[in-house]
Ligand binder design. Structure first.
Ligand code: 13P
Length: 249
């Protein structure tokens, strides 16, 4: 049985004052039933971990370097993130694939480094609007999946997030049938590559304009084990109803 996961990606938002949102999340009753993860900017990870203390809310990062140390100005390694208490890292977000030209091969190396440090790699996949209209979405997702996910992944150190690029920050959400088609496809591919046991244990998140109003419909889709939430994770007022909807799904 896969434990549901509500993950918040703060992207480049939030300052020390915003950490107060975590106090409300820490008291979310559903936190004992499902996994809750917040990925603030790297500047806040240490403070977020300290502030949450023993509360059942995990803290993650939004990227890491594939090497452990070295002359990589401005970068952070998975070991450094683990050192300050992060337990997960988002990798291959479409904003990084597009704006930082990250390839699936580079993402796989980052994921390998993250898993080696005991971090859960949340690997993001998604087609652009052009790709959905011009080509076969499942071909795009299949290629990203096979290249980005390292060998040896398990249900403990891998989460896959399907985030259609055209749904991110736009208020446009795919039809549940479209989400289900991609999630079922990812599940089948994982089972084929890693075997049924591991393939069925990896959690699959949907991401892209998840809001309190649409969360229940999304969580009713087969093989959706949770969400990677952007804008609506910035305030506990929006994130908590999404967490509740997931716990009830
Ligand atoms: P929004 O929820 O703001 O659309 O962002 C989704 C996302 O990119 C999460 O990683």
């Amino acid at each position: 049985m896969r434990r549901k996961l509500a993950a918040g990606n703060w992207k480049m938002n939030g300052d020390k004052v915003a950490l107060a949102e975590l106090d409300t999340l820490a008291n979310t009753p559903e936190a004992t039933e499902i996994d809750i993860l917040v990925c603030p900017p790297a500047t806040l990870i240490d403070a977020a971990v300290t502030r949450l203390g023993t509360a059942p809310v995990a803290v993650g990062a939004q990227d890491c370097h594939a090497e452990t140390t070295g002359a990589y100005t401005g970068d952070l390694s998975a070991a450094m993130l683990a050192d300050v208490g992060a337990t997960a890292v988002i990798l291959g977000h479409s904003e990084r694939r597009a704006l930082h030209h990250e390839t699936s091969e580079a993402i796989r190396e980052k994921a390998r480094a993250a898993q080696a440090q005991g971090l859960m790699a949340i690997i993001c996949l998604g087609e652009s609007e052009f790709q959905r209209e011009a080509t076969n979405t499942l071909d795009i997702i299949g290629a990203q999946l096979s290249l980005s996910v390292p060998d040896g992944s398990t249900g403990l150190n891998l989460v896959v997030a399907y985030e259609p690029v055209w749904a991110i920050g736009t208020g446009r959400v795919p039809h549940p049938d479209q989400i289900g088609e991609v999630h079922d496809f990812i599940r089948a591919r994982l089972e084929r590559r890693f075997g049924a046991g591991v393939g069925r244990s990896v959690r699959l998140l949907y991401g892209g304009s998840v809001k309190p109003a649409n969360a229940a419909d999304i969580f009713a889709v087969s093989n959706v084990d949770g969400a990677l939430v952007g804008g609506a994770s910035l305030t506990a007022g929006d994130f908590r109803p999404i967490i509740s909807a997931l716990a009830q799904a």
